[in-house]
Design a binder for this molecule. Structure first.
Ligand SMILES: Cc1ncc(COP(=O)(O)O)c(C=O)c1O
Length: 433
């Protein structure tokens, strides 16, 4: 191996979990979409979510092109709960990706971004009347019915023909965190087979509801492709329909210790099962979220303090307010000092946030290169389920999302301000208490 090849492979290894369009400068600084992170930090501040727009669009195409090459009558939906922001909905629309929304807020953002209602599907195990009405008014393509109350309300509120999918409980257990498993017998989502059969009869008898097919979603962050074949098998057992939605759930490798099926392997498994079990004319739908956006995004923090007590604590200017998923699922991530990417990582550290919880641990026992106050710290693989769960715990402000491509950066969403924070409290500010 030549010295250059060796250098390249080290660089590739260093960037393995980073966005596809990430790079490292001669000085060892991380670059996202052609934008050095120190420049992004100077322009937008930290914490900030950074997205590699080109890598993201490429990953979207892998799903759409990969599925349609294998099963032409297909539709890929973006599970928008993983990154609900207007810019992302607009990117989905421009790449030909449909979207699923999990409630009124996501629906409003999708419509505001210009997503064609004919490519929007509404989920939810606890939809409100208002949300159902919003979906009907917008004329979205499909409503995924979770329960009989959904059917009662659709019968009452629909005034024109509305397509529905019925969500089944498949009884499939997956190897993932309990909070991410949705396919087991005791899942709160969907109906078991006997009740699903009753729901099928109800929709078939309804004058305005059109039964498009069956939906299933077995869970999230699934690192093995077998459960997806089982999901196809479970919907196939219900008989022939025009549409089968196999849900999302393909996992991603957050750290060196994890491996996940590639998009191609995942599609091969689903389509092989579909060829064997589903009607050849049926439409095949999938709803990936995490596997579309996770790798495209990183979170950039500044180090506020480094303290060596029983451990070395590297405390950053964010925490569980901008990445709650870690506290919910225990998912392990990586973290790096973003301006010393090529230096040896020698200092065993706990990267902690600024929220008042000992559980506000972003990454435990990770080796960093000489962490110091003022450093920029990057956490890769945070494009999914981070921004979406951002909250105001301890008065934290929701960070901005910045899309980077070919050396240019643009705001997808602004940083929340203290004025925004006070806005909802106007009634209190106006009265005397
Ligand atoms: C119904 C449904 N579809 C799709 C997804 C997306 O899952 P993932 O982001 O793991 O692909 C979810 C997430 O849990 C979901 O609940």
């Amino acid at each position: 191996m030549t010295a250059q090849q060796e250098g390249n492979s080290t660089r590739a290894q260093l960037l393995e979990r980073f966005p596809e369009e990430a790079d490292i400068t001669e000085e060892g600084e991380l670059v996202i979409g052609g934008c050095p992170v120190s420049e992004l930090a100077a322009q937008y501040g930290t914490p900030a979510y950074l997205v590699d727009e080109i890598g993201l669009r490429r990953q979207i195409r892998r799903f759409i092109d990969g599925l349609s090459a294998r099963w032409p009558n297909s539709e890929v939906l973006f599970a928008s709960k993983s990154l609900p922001c207007v810019a992302m909905y607009a990117i989905a629309q421009s790449e030909g990706l449909s979207v699923d929304v999990a409630g009124g807020g996501e629906l409003v953002m999708a419509l505001a971004a210009g997503v064609d209602p004919d490519r929007i599907y509404l989920h939810g195990n606890s939809k409100s009347d208002t949300e159902i009405q919003m979906a009907l008014d917008a004329g979205i393509r499909g409503i995924v019915v979770d329960n009989f109350d959904d059917l009662d309300r659709l019968d009452r509120l629909a005034t024109t023909r509305q397509g529905v999918l019925l969500r089944m409980i498949p009884g499939i257990e997956t190897q993932t965190h309990a909070s991410q498993a949705t396919g087991g017998h005791d899942s709160k989502f969907g109906l078991p087979v006997d009740q699903l059969r009753q729901a099928i009869e109800r929709v078939n008898a309804s004058p305005l509801l059109r039964l498009d097919g069956i939906h299933v979603h077995v869970g999230s962050q699934i690192l093995d492709s077998a459960p997806f074949a089982s999901a196809v098998r479970s919907v196939a057992e219900l008989g022939p329909f025009s549409t089968y939605d196999i849900g999302g759930g393909l996992g991603v490798p957050y750290t060196d210790g994890e491996t996940a099926p590639s998009v191609e392997e995942y599609l091969d498994v689903i389509v092989a099962a579909a060829r064997e079990l589903l009607p050849a004319s049926a439409k095949l739908m999938i709803e990936p979220g995490r596997s579309i956006v996770a790798r495209a995004g990183i979170t950039l923090y500044s180090v506020n303090t480094v303290k060596s007590t029983a451990k070395t604590f590297v405390a950053v200017d964010g925490g569980m307010a901008d990445n709650l998923d870690i506290a919910l699922t225990g998912q392990r991530y990586d973290a790096v000092i973003a301006t010393r990417m090529t230096e040896p990582r020698t200092v065993l550290s706990d990267v902690v946030g600024r929220q008042c919880e000992s559980g506000d641990l972003l990454v435990g026992e990770v080796k960093l290169s000489r962490p110091q106050r003022g450093d920029l710290l990057a956490m890769p693989m945070t494009g999914a389920y981070a921004y979406t769960m951002a909250n105001n715990y301890n008065g934290a402000l929701i960070p901005p999302i910045i899309f980077c491509a070919e050396g240019m950066s643009r705001l997808g969403a602004e940083r929340q301000t203290y004025e925004d924070l006070l806005h909802l409290h106007r009634p209190a500010l106006q009265g005397s208490w």
